[in-house]
Design a binder for this molecule. Structure first.
Ligand code: IMP
Ligand code: MG
Length: 178
């Protein structure tokens, strides 16, 4: 399947499952080396990271916990008009090594907000593992410790990422046809 139509948009095949999973395996290998004695808590950000998290965590062999959160998105009183807040975190992260597991860092605003909020609970350290990064879209400086793949600034779907809620289930990644 080289192209897919989702709602009003056409997408073309961009990254196959093989390519993605090879890159994810490399990240897992680094995590196993770097965090072996750190008893990390992996915090995976739903919905987008579900496939990445699954593939990654199958390959993480060190002692660790895995948990899932969501970022709420609602209108509030701020300069941007939007406030995002973490919800669903039940673990106490004080003095823990935390690894945020995210599908994609685009502008970096979401990741930056997440890190700021988690820092309030005084973890020992916060590391970030993202499947994808769009370096040309970054607007907010944010430290990314593990990046599986860097991609151009095109809208993509698949492997957890959606267009208006659809396409998350695609096992490969597709980019928008312009
Ligand atoms: P940021 O705050 O701009 O870095 O956006 C991060 C969030 O936007 C990600 O967690 C995704 O949910 C979503 N996002 C960014 N780029 C894409 C894309 O190309 N396709 C689908 N979702 C995206
Ligand atoms: Mg996301």
């Amino acid at each position: 399947m080289k192209t897919v139509k989702i709602k009003d948009k056409e997408f073309e095949l961009f990254l196959t499952q093989d390519v993605i999973e090879k890159a994810v395996a490399d990240v897992a290998e680094k995590l196993n080396e770097d965090l072996a004695d750190k008893d990390p808590l992996f915090i995976c950000v739903l919905n987008g990271s579900f496939m990445f998290a699954s593939e990654l965590m199958k390959r993480v062999t060190i002692a660790s916990e895995v948990s899932f959160v969501k970022m709420s998105s609602y209108k509030g009183i701020s300069s941007s008009g939007k406030i995002k807040e973490i919800y669903g975190l039940e673990e106490d992260i004080k003095e823990r090594t935390v690894v945020i597991v995210e599908d994609i860092v685009d502008t970096g605003y979401t990741m930056s907000l997440m890190i700021d909020q988690l820092l309030c609970d005084e973890p020992k350290e916060i590391l970030v593992a993202t499947m994808l990064l769009k370096p040309d879209a970054l607007k907010q400086e944010v430290r990314l410790d593990y990046v599986a793949l860097e991609i151009p600034n095109d809208f993509i779907v698949g492997y957890g990422l959606d267009y208006d809620g659809y396409g998350r289930n695609l096992p490969d990644i597709y980019k928008i046809k312009l």
